[in-house]
Write a protein that binds this ligand. Sequence first.
Ligand code: F6P
Length: 373
Amino acid sequence: RKRVGILTSGGDSSGMNAAVRAITRYSIYKNCIPYAIFDGYDGLVEGGSKIREYGWENVRGFLAVGGTSIGSARCLIFREREGRLKAAYNLIKNGIDALIIIGGDGSLTGANILRTEWKGLLDELVQKGKLQESECSVLRNNLTIVGLVGSIDNDMSLTDITIGAYTSLHRICESLDSLTSTALSHQRAFVVEVMGRHCGWLALMAAIAVGADWVFLPERPPPTVESTFEDWETEMCNRLLEQRKLGSKKTLVIVCEGAIDRHLKPIKPEYIKQVIDKRCGLDTRVTTLGHVQRGGTPCAFDRILATLQGVQSVEAVLKSTPDTPAPMIGMSQNKITSVPLMKAVELTHAVGKAISEKNFKLAMELRDPDFNA
Ligand code: F6P
């Protein structure tokens, strides 16, 4: 019987629990033994009570709970070989031969490194007398790794969407709607920072969803290539003032936390505020949404996505062979997909997540001052 370890790693995202639930229950259904590994790679390195067999009942009520109930961490020690040696030891001691990781690109890369080093790590543990050869022999040939992408940023290539991104987007939109009503009451401008370390998906989609006046992204440093302006400050202020002249009574500027200008310098909300204050003469406030956008009840889409992908990840474990590259379960054109994990990670590092030019233009152009939208 396959023993399947489940861990969540990196920044939590809503829907991770639905994935853990689906993996646990579908593993049992498929006659595998699921193990929860608590607190991400920290738990895998620490072992002991951090690795526990999980039953059908353990995941009761998980669907509606935000974050990850089995805990997560941004584990530094697992990045070192020493940490991975301890992880390998704990996997062997628990007889775990498959790991399903729900996390971002860093977490999934870490898992793949463990798989690549697997035989060498076991050799070293045997040489050092920490393990007996007899303990390793059954699991020596393969450690199965499957990745699910849990990230509010929706920052992974080769998948249309990641677990948690839509919940976060809903949370952002609710906050922006609230800010819009107070902005209208005072005819103010608001500069709102949303999360997204290197990827502007949340900022762009929020801008479309609430009809923002301007959006700053890491992928489209302003002024944009086709712009006739020398600097983004003038370009932005002209557009904001134009909107006001057309009758708009509020101004909403969204800044992705990873936004940069065309000299690759970060664009910060406080600076944007000063520019709008001074050059547009608008009473401007800054709001940083922060971690509220990462927490809370998962939306229906994230529960469904995580459940379908969780089931698929167990199928991938059962199908895997030592020669096939570790898969990442994603979604493309509304279908659950399986793509080589490292290909997705490499593409993400090389070109990032594709931001649609059409969507960017839509966010920047489609504003209707008559409706204050
Ligand atoms: O998980 C992604 C993310 O929320 C990014 O958008 C953000 O930059 C980062 O995590 C914040 O990380 P932390 O919670 O460790 O401060």
